[in-house]
Design a protein. Structure first.
Length: 201
């Protein structure tokens, strides 16, 4: 009986950890000063990356097919963010057996070089930031304004696998609106991707 109770408690804790509630619109940046190691070797925090008009946080990885499908849009989104004075950072939250599943720092460096990335790509040790954000997918997007307030969350656009058939560029529209001090028409969409590999408790 005691073993059963312990098992239930452990399972409940694990489920609450994995299925943390997604960060609500209007929330402030979680763990803004937590330092993460970038593929360049330097350590940065979200506050370090944030620019005049805000911050874009993209929880991503190396191995998810959804991430691969959206790769042809990553560099363009980073460029659009910079042009709108919005900081841009991609964070790898996959912590469970990171080195064995192709999500280690060296794997991240190779992945970034393969796609000619020109933006920060950091390691989320222990999935601490992903947990604080309530992120569940890769990719999972969070866009904050100049005050560090969440103004958009969710997906990049409405068609990961067929870029020529994209009809709604949710994130790009939000970036351009934020950069020009306009209201964001669609502030929340469903993130689509692969489940984040959280560490075992």
């Amino acid at each position: 009986m005691i073993r059963l109770i312990k098992s239930i408690v452990i399972l409940s804790s694990l489920l609450s950890f994995i299925f943390a509630e997604d960060l609500a619109l209007g929330s402030s940046i979680p763990l803004p000063d937590a330092k993460m190691i970038d593929i360049s070797g330097k350590k940065v925090s979200l506050n370090d990356v944030k620019m005049k008009n805000g911050l874009l946080v993209n929880f991503s990885c190396n191995t998810c097919p959804w991430v691969h499908a959206w790769q042809d849009r990553y560099n363009g989104l980073a460029k659009a963010s910079a042009e709108n004075n919005i900081g841009f950072i991609t964070i790898n939250p996959n912590s469970r057996n990171r080195e064995k599943i192709g999500e280690g720092l060296k794997d991240m460096q190779k992945f970034s070089n393969k796609y000619d990335h020109d933006f920060l790509y950091t390691v989320d040790e222990g999935s601490k930031l992903a947990t604080a954000f309530g992120a569940t997918q890769t990719p999972h997007i969070y866009l904050f304004d100049s005050n560090g307030t969440l103004v958009y969350r969710g997906a990049i656009d409405d068609n990961a696998y067929k870029p020529k058939k994209v009809k709604k560029t949710y994130l790009l529209d939000a970036i351009n609106a934020l950069g020009s001090s306009k209201s964001i028409n669609i502030a929340e969409t469903k993130a689509r991707g692969c489940s984040i590999k959280f560490p075992k408790k």
